[in-house]
Design a protein around this ligand. Structure first.
Ligand SMILES: Nc1ncnc2c1ncn2[C@@H]1O[C@H](COP(=O)(O)OP(=O)(O)O)[C@@H](O)[C@H]1O
Ligand SMILES: [Mg+2]
Length: 418
């Protein structure tokens, strides 16, 4: 590992002053802090999975927009960077619908790899959203998804689950049509409206044919009692689906970009969680956390989680403690970040160096930026931007490229790359 790390560091030398690396390494040692849990209270900052209830910060406007769109039977693309809170938000919005008047199904497309798994995932979500007992599940499945050869089994915890016997590649189109016709039929039969959410919708671009996209196009305009919501984490792909004329879903639905949570909403949320544990944090410190994470929910929760652990009751968060929390996170990620950095070409590194160096809006195609970072020409920048977008290393925010992983940006900056 040491030899490997040395290789990488040598690689970095063309970009970084040696002194900066030594200083960064020294800081890393100084800030290695061990965790000290002073009480049995659970850490109130949650990161990683879908969050609900008390862990959910604000998003009031977004919730009201989305619930309104669902109630009006509108179709919508909801997209953002990864881990900004789409899934948590949409599940909360579904909870906000009057349950007795709505059929709502949430379909996670991440594990799907083709039309057949798309169809079974959709059918399963619909069946399970309207029935909880084994008998009822089987009735619904047989009534609306006959072509999928449904049966109901019981899982390890004794809960009924619907499974489908269909294995044939042939007949896939008919079963897909049957599955996608079901929400409108069920809604009409029950005199309900329906909301169908497809999460990680860009996954359908991996299927090898555009049949799902084409078929959705043909039905979503006609199903007036169904609202289709398409969630996407890979912004450049999802945007292509509704902005590019060659895609069947071009302009077929409204679009709703989801951004970070504003500082004014984080302030009471973070303050309260420290106060409840007998720990102090000033607004100034919360603001500096938000500057570091750019208000991105996952990174803000993650940094606050570590900060909360490091701050012992009845102490107050200080600037040094925030620095220590950041360093703890960077230490954990450093192996992955070194590997990532090593995988970039020289031009990619120069470009990322520019992004890490400059806070705020960056105009990467302007002569000033190209010259400052030795990128040669706008076409070089174009190639770099495209390749880093494809790998989800960067994203576009208000027309400016940003490094998607906020901690990676800080790591680059601290290493002296920036
Ligand atoms: N409204 C919110 N309030 C506080 N934290 C949030 C909120 N939404 C998301 N998060 C944080 O972001 C993480 C990722 O949320 P998730 O809904 O899975 O994002 P996405 O679906 O966009 O990838 C959560 O684990 C949580 O730490
Ligand atoms: Mg998600």
């Amino acid at each position: 590992m040491m030899r490997y790390a040395r290789c990488v560091i040598q690689d970095l030398l063309s970009l970084i002053p040696v002194q900066s690396i030594q200083e960064a390494a020294l800081k890393t040692r100084l800030h290695k802090v061990s965790y000290c849990k002073t009480d049995n209270m659970k850490n109130p900052f949650k990161y990683g999975s879908v969050i609900s209830g008390d862990s959910f910060c604000n998003r009031k406007n977004e919730l009201s927009d989305l619930v309104g769109a669902m109630k009006n039977g509108q179709n919508m693309f909801l997209y953002s960077e990864r881990r900004i809170g789409k899934t948590s938000l949409i599940l909360r919005a579904l909870q906000g619908l009057p349950g007795k008047q709505y059929l709502s199904a949430y379909v996670d497309l991440l594990p799907t790899d083709g039309e057949l798994s798309f169809t079974t995932a959709t059918a399963k979500a619909i069946v399970q959203s309207i029935s909880t007992t084994a008998d009822k599940m089987l009735d619904v499945a047989k009534a609306f998804f006959r072509q999928l050869a449904p049966s109901v089994t019981v899982d390890d915890e004794g809960r009924p689950v619907v499974t489908f016997g269909i294995r044939r590649e042939s007949g896939q189109e008919a079963s897909l049509e049957e599955a996608l016709a079901a929400p409108a039929k069920i809604a009409a039969k029950r005199k309900h409206n329906a909301v169908i959410v497809f999460d990680e919708f860009q996954q359908i671009l991996e299927y090898g044919s555009d049949f799902v996209e084409r078929y959705l196009r043909s039905i979503i305009q006609t199903h007036e009692n169904v609202s289709y919501i398409f969630l996407g984490s890979r912004k450049h792909l999802i945007k292509r689906m509704f902005l590019d004329k060659s895609h069947p879903l071009y302009r077929a639905a409204g679009h709703y970009p989801l951004g970070p949570i504003k500082e004014k909403h984080w302030l009471p949320f973070i303050r309260k969680r420290f106060q409840d544990a007998g720990k102090g944090i000033t607004d100034k410190q919360i603001r500096s956390v938000c500057v570091l994470t750019e208000g991105h929910p996952f990174y803000t929760q993650h940094l606050c989680h570590v900060l909360w652990e490091l701050c012992e009751e009845p102490n107050e968060v200080t600037a040094d403690l925030i620095e220590a929390a950041v360093q703890t996170l960077l230490d954990r990620e450093s192996t992955a970040y070194i590997l990532l950095w090593e995988s970039f070409s020289m031009n990619q590194r120069r470009f990322l160096k520019g992004l890490a160096n400059k806070p705020g809006r960056i105009r990467p195609f302007e002569a000033d930026f190209i010259q400052s970072y030795g990128l040669g020409s706008p076409s070089n920048v174009q190639r770099v931007v495209q390749s880093l977008l494809e790998r989800d290393v960067i994203d576009y925010d208000n027309g400016s490229p940003i490094i998607a992983d906020r901690f990676f940006r800080i790591w680059l900056h601290k290493l002296g790359v920036g």
